[in-house]
Design a protein around this ligand. Sequence first.
Ligand SMILES: C[S@@+](CC[C@H](N)C(=O)[O-])C[C@H]1O[C@@H](n2cnc3c(N)ncnc32)[C@H](O)[C@@H]1O
Length: 246
Amino acid sequence: MQDNNTVQIASDYKVFDQCKTSDEIKVPEYLQDTYWWAYLHPTSVQIFERQWLVNLILWGNFARLRDAALDELGETIEGNNLQVACVYGDFSQQVSNRLKSDSELHIVDIAPVQLENVQRKLPGQDNIHIHQQDSTALHFEDEQFDNVIVFFLLHEQPETVRAKTVAEAMRVVKPGGKVVFLDYHKPHPANPFRYIMVPILTILEPFAMGVWNKEIIDWVPAGLRPKKMTKETLFGGLYQKVIMTR
Ligand SMILES: C[S@@+](CC[C@H](N)C(=O)[O-])C[C@H]1O[C@@H](n2cnc3c(N)ncnc32)[C@H](O)[C@@H]1O
């Protein structure tokens, strides 16, 4: 049975919660213009939904980065958890494998094709809820989640959008809860990827240098500053894991 807040996205998929209809939620211009080939076109899922390919894009580090994020939440993930944006590969399945049966995972994304894809990857799990929402204007209450994960989303957003995403992640996490950011970072001068990645990111991911040149904490608004923050870099500084405890 459907209520007014849910929509059937395709006959063979479960229902996902939609706080607004898809007509009201607009795919942002930056996503349409820059990343249509990666996330919006129906064939993008057919092309990119391969573990080996997402691993290659991260220079063989996918599992290491995924586990670095998930280990922050524990071997068993408890409470109310939010994943901001879908991720190709087995990221969400691994979250769900660790999820305690009486705990919840909410996954938001703005692109219907991505929501359908993640729904396919996580069939029949009643404690997983999939929502069409914009990371810059989440429809959740303040302080609702024990953990929020933002995995390789910030570098794909223009700076003003990125700042709103960071603020929203901090807004919806409970006091004492964690926001886990994994993303690109400016590598150490001796790391060859510091030079290899510049043309790749500049051409394919034009907003990515923004996360090389500023700290994620710089996008947290004054009223939502974390009580505690840790930052670790990986793979010679090409990647960063930043944990903010509200
Ligand atoms: C998490 S990021 C990149 C993840 C990683 N590169 C991968 O391998 O999938 C990609 C996702 O972010 C989503 N996204 C981008 N901007 C968004 C926004 N403003 N709100 C919600 N989702 C967004 C895209 O639709 C896409 O599914």
